[in-house]
Design a protein around this ligand. Structure first.
Ligand code: MN
Length: 295
């Protein structure tokens, strides 16, 4: 008996609680994007605060990028499928994000950064996820790391499902980043037509799937392209089974809810209104995003 395989087998899949289409909007200096996970879902999908999907071959949709702006209180995870974007921040970090690379930025007590496209034409496609920080970590020092696509942990199942483990763990493969409190699991799953993929998930963790190529089904419910499926937290379910009848690509994201108050004002996400006022006055007075002190 091969326990190494059985350990990753799901007996009862979660079902789809709800499909979400997202809202077309723009951010930064006019970057067109779809806000898949918006403010109204922050409680339901705690610890996740936002998921933006961007994808265009029209330079006008992305060329202005995101000039200098602040963040405080959470982490941003940018996954660049296609295109080139340059990041610079007040902590002295700089990195070029491209071709399947991931940038993980823990803004914590404060970062001012810019995200500017390094191309005048061609396709720009990717995702930005916002992951909340627990109250006790919101005022920690910022942290930043770039991962080139080749540096991201990957595996292929016997059915030919190719999985990139951006965070967490899947089938015994540890992700590029792990976090103790929010325990994010962030997978990019490429399913050939006729395949299925099983992922164990603790019932208490909030989870969702976003389909960005093809279509899939979960527990008999179809999930079309450019839809997010929120997965129900059924106590009897031990994970999720994703089935693809055609070639499909999906993000599967889950995490442990913080169950702390969420107060957001634009790029600041804290636990109270007073902490938001503090962030605004720190930003105004130049105390947010001071360069890192050398030891
Ligand atoms: Mn930003």
């Amino acid at each position: 008996m091969n326990t190494a395989i059985n350990k990753h087998t799901v007996d009862t899949s979660r079902t789809v609680e709800r499909l979400v289409a997202g809202q077309v909007t723009s951010d930064g200096a006019g970057v067109k994007l779809t806000r898949v996970l918006a403010q109204g879902l922050q409680q339901r999908l705690d610890p996740f605060l936002m998921l933006d999907a961007f994808g265009s071959d029209q330079p006008d949709d992305y060329i202005a990028g995101f000039p200098d702006h602040p963040h405080r209180g959470f982490e941003t995870v940018t996954y660049m499928i296609a295109g080139r974007m340059l990041h610079r921040d007040s902590a002295g970090h700089q990195g070029l994000l491209e071709n399947g690379g991931v940038q993980w930025m823990t803004a914590a007590k404060g970062v001012i950064h810019s995200e500017i496209p390094q191309q005048a034409e061609g396709v720009m496609e990717g995702f930005q996820l916002w992951l909340n920080l627990p109250k006790r970590e919101k005022m920690n020092a910022p942290w930043y790391r770039d991962f080139k696509n080749d540096d991201l942990p990957k595996f292929v199942t016997q059915q030919g499902v190719a999985v990139t483990v951006i965070a967490g763990e899947s089938h015994g493969v540890a992700g590029a980043v792990t976090r103790d409190t929010t325990a994010p699991n962030y997978l990019d799953v490429h399913l050939p037509g006729g395949s299925r993929f099983e992922q164990k998930l603790p019932a208490g963790h909030n989870a969702f799937v976003y389909v960005y190529r093809g279509e899939i089904s979960i527990a008999g419910k179809g999930v079309p392209i450019q839809r997010m499926a929120i997965l129900a937290n059924e106590v009897q379910a031990d994970g999720v089974v994703i089935e693809a009848s055609v070639d499909a690509k999906v993000l599967l994201i889950s995490g442990q809810p913080l169950k702390e108050p969420i107060v957001q004002y634009g790029p600041f996400v804290m636990n109270s209104q007073d902490e938001i006022y503090q962030a605004l006055s720190d930003f105004r007075d130049g105390r947010l995003g001071e360069p890192a002190q050398s030891a």
